[in-house]
Design a protein around this ligand. Sequence first.
Ligand code: PMP
Length: 428
Amino acid sequence: MNDLSDFDLKHIWHPYTSMTQPLRCVTVKSASGSRLELDDGRSIVDGMSSWWCMVHGYNNPRLNQAITDQLKSMAHVMFGGITHEPAIKLCKKLIEITPPSLQHCFLCDSGSVSVEAAMKMAIQYQYARGKGKKNKFLTFRNGYHGDTFNAMSVCDPVTGMHQIFSHTLPKNYFVSRPECGFASQWSKHYIEEFARTIKRHHRKICAVILEPIVQGAGGMNFYHPEYLRQIRALCDKYDLLLIADEIATGFGRTGKLFACEWAGIEPDIMCVGKALTGGYMTGAAVLTSSKVARGISADGGVFMHGPTFMGNPLMCAVALASIQLLEENNWQQQVAAIEEQLRRELSSAAELEYVQEVRVFGAIGVIELKDQVDMQTIQPLFVENGIWIRPFGKLVYIMPPFVISTEELDFLCKQLLTTLNEYYKQGE
Ligand code: PMP
């Protein structure tokens, strides 16, 4: 195994890593439920759901079955001029479970690509109405929407990972991150900057894009639903579209099937990904209202996007099975139980001198530290302590599969706190 691991270290890029000073990766041999089995025989508890997506855990028999059944008829077929049952059934399901005004579905291959498609749709929609000058976007700071170019252009311009590219990116409009927490007291001053910016620049803006309620990779910030209601009204008033990026929040993670439901609003365009396929395959979708779909297609216009793997049948089959499983599994109860346990087991960390704040929302538990962690030191410590957690910056968080047992989650929380203690003791 060491030869393979050495090859990996020398030749293979992992997410956001250096090729000259890479950290050695742990090798996972298999995974099942909420556990990852390492090549050296150790079994560790997964606190990440593989970046939010494995909601049903690993190696789920129903999802395995769905994908192997589909494999027997076809793994892939192009979507241009061809359709098939898995795609039709998946799109029908997505249209059923997302807000009622979303009636059209564009399938694509990853979250970032769905954000690109959504942004292109907004530009094309305004263009088709003779409003080609409305081609900029307005968004919050501290947001994250993906790693492709247009998606990067609406990620936080300072704290985001994309500073290096800022001079080459399209220029968009930003307002301060939402300061009013989910359960805090709302006051109308919180929306003033947003309202002012829309009022001043709406002639150049085609859409607002945001992550509803939870700003994920840009800071794990949970904000008040009133923002969404106010922004929906402002978009209507100034003739802008609202794009909800539900890639991280969709499919139950926040305690609602989609986070927009916390505010009772409907976006014009919604992106979903990650947990769409239960984490089995890369896959995403963009849903739009008829207003947007018809607008783009007015005067014979076509939407200018069509990935090679659009509507991949394996992806569609496993996504449909994952949504059905979610419905049968009583995910509300699973998420509520995880939330309650995370609150109980993590809240004491708020007293620790190195901790800035502890936040829990849905099946997401966040410990914000006062300083950035050193990944070289902390990552192996987590594994030695039997858990898989991947912090970024000052944020150490748990986002377990919904099927995690009470005992496993208890272990995860305890070992997380133990690891942080060991890490800070080493630094003394
Ligand atoms: N939007 C949000 C809110 C995300 O969290 C992510 C992924 N972390 C993306 C978009 C990009 O998705 P992908 O990594 O599948 O391209």
